[in-house]
Design a protein around this ligand. Structure first.
Ligand code: NAD
Ligand code: TYD
Length: 355
């Protein structure tokens, strides 16, 4: 299926910026990408600063808030939007525990607005793809995997807000016949991830010799997927997925958090040894557990694999090494993010409309 004018929301964030690069550089997408992003702390247009020049007329960036329905409507009209890939969200569980309000506005009301804008422009509209998380299914015990029919049981304000948005998307398919697809994916890692999430946070702290905070006993399990594999899965679903369907995406890479932290320490000790100090594992500090901390996530992605022929390319071992190298090789990006310089740049270029 060809899309001419694809609205990507949240394209300056971690997964969205990788997705836009995948589309323009690798996937053979021939249309135009319109990237709508509010530029919160998690959005950094420097992630994509080369694209406007390299792909003239094919990449447009608009600093906009998806909570503004009138603006979303106007963008659909002005750019002839015929498909949406919706990433924009507040995405960090710990922040949702401290300050849930923004999660409700962006993740629920923002998704509702985009659905309304799509419904208002239904003629010629081809697809609304909603990017969601496996956290909507709640927490697993030792056994079992999340499938597309696992009942929703979200435990954090983040996952509850994503669950709510998933339901809205599904309802617009059932009630209005809006062409939609939904994907629920496990934990991502890779280039351009904001260093509040486990893997970049531990990598950068370990490089700087700072404590490595591990929640609880470190035995919680996550199922890790390299971000480019996620992007390819989304594009496969958008092109070949059955409308109205949900597809689970996962990497078959379950790891205990403590094993992930050990892995990062060991790779860094090997490629960037500390002078005059012991192994980085010594920096591990067990800290108070996260309230409502989900114990285990693990995805069964056999529907996506057997129906649409997608499979992850990267193993956790190779992907983790690649990711750590990226953070080492992009120290300028890291220091601009850590110092907040990127926020000053945003204010100078776009005014102080974010947060
Ligand atoms: P991120 O926090 O890195 O990026 C989110 C982007 O959305 C940022 O660029 C931010 O500026 C933008 N944004 C936030 N509020 C907005 C608003 N009101 N209007 C417009 N833009 C706004 O998030 P991410 O990790 O790239 O996640 C992207 C999507 O994928 C989210 O929907 C998330 O729920 C989902 N997801 C993430 C993971 C993961 O491991 N990171 C896993 C599964 C699903
Ligand atoms: P995170 O990257 O925040 O993703 P999510 O909560 O969406 O799974 O956390 C991944 C796991 O790592 C989760 O079990 C919480 C844990 N964690 C720590 O132990 N220490 C940390 O500093 C962070 C940020 C997370």
């Amino acid at each position: 299926m060809a899309f001419d004018n694809l609205l990507v929301t949240g394209g300056c964030g971690f997964i969205g910026s990788n997705f836009i690069r995948t589309l323009l550089e690798k996937a053979g997408f021939a249309g135009r990408v319109v990237n709508v992003d509010k530029l919160t702390y998690a959005g950094n247009p420097e992630n994509l600063s080369d694209l406007e020049k390299r792909f003239p007329g094919r990449y447009v960036f608009l600093r906009e808030d998806i909570c503004g329905l009138e603006r979303m409507d106007a963008i659909f009209t002005e750019y002839g939007i015929d498909a949406v890939c919706h990433f924009a969200a507040e995405s960090h569980v710990d922040r949702s525990i401290k300050r849930p309000a923004e999660f409700i506005f962006t993740n629920i009301v923002g998704t509702f607005n985009l659905l309304e804008a799509a419904r208002n422009h239904a003629e010629g509209f081809r697809l609304f793809h909603h990017v969601s998380t496996d956290e909507v299914y709640g927490s697993l015990g030792k056994e079992g995997l999340f499938t597309e029919t696992t009942p929703y049981k979200p435990n954090s304000p983040y996952s509850a807000s994503k669950a709510s948005s998933d339901h809205l998307v599904r309802a617009y398919f059932k009630t209005y016949g809006l062409p939609v697809t939904i994907s629920n994916c496990s934990n991502n890692y890779g280039p351009w991830q904001f260093p509040e999430k486990l893997i970049p946070l531990i990598t950068l702290n370990a490089l700087e010799g700072k404590p490595l905070p591990v929640y609880g006993d470190g035995r919680n399990v996550r199922d890790w997927l390299y971000v480019e594999d996620h992007c390819e899965a989304i594009w496969t679903i958008m092109n070949k997925g059955r409308r109205g369907e949900t597809y689970n995406i996962g990497g078959n890479s379950e790891e205990e958090n403590i094993a992930v932290v050990h892995g990062i320490c060991d790779i860094l000790d090997e490629i960037r040894p500390r002078s005059g100090a012991g192994p980085r594992r010594e920096l591990i500090t067990f800290v108070k557990d996260r309230p409502g901390h989900d114990w285990r996530y693990a995805i069964d992605s056999s529907k996506l694999q057997s129906e649409l022929g997608w499979a992850p390319r990267e193993s956790f071992r190779t992907g983790l090494r690649k990711t750590i190298r990226w953070y080492l090789e992009n120290s300028q990006w890291v220091s601009r993010v850590q110092s907040g310089e990127y926020l000053k740049w945003i204010d100078e270029h776009y005014g102080s409309g974010g947060k």
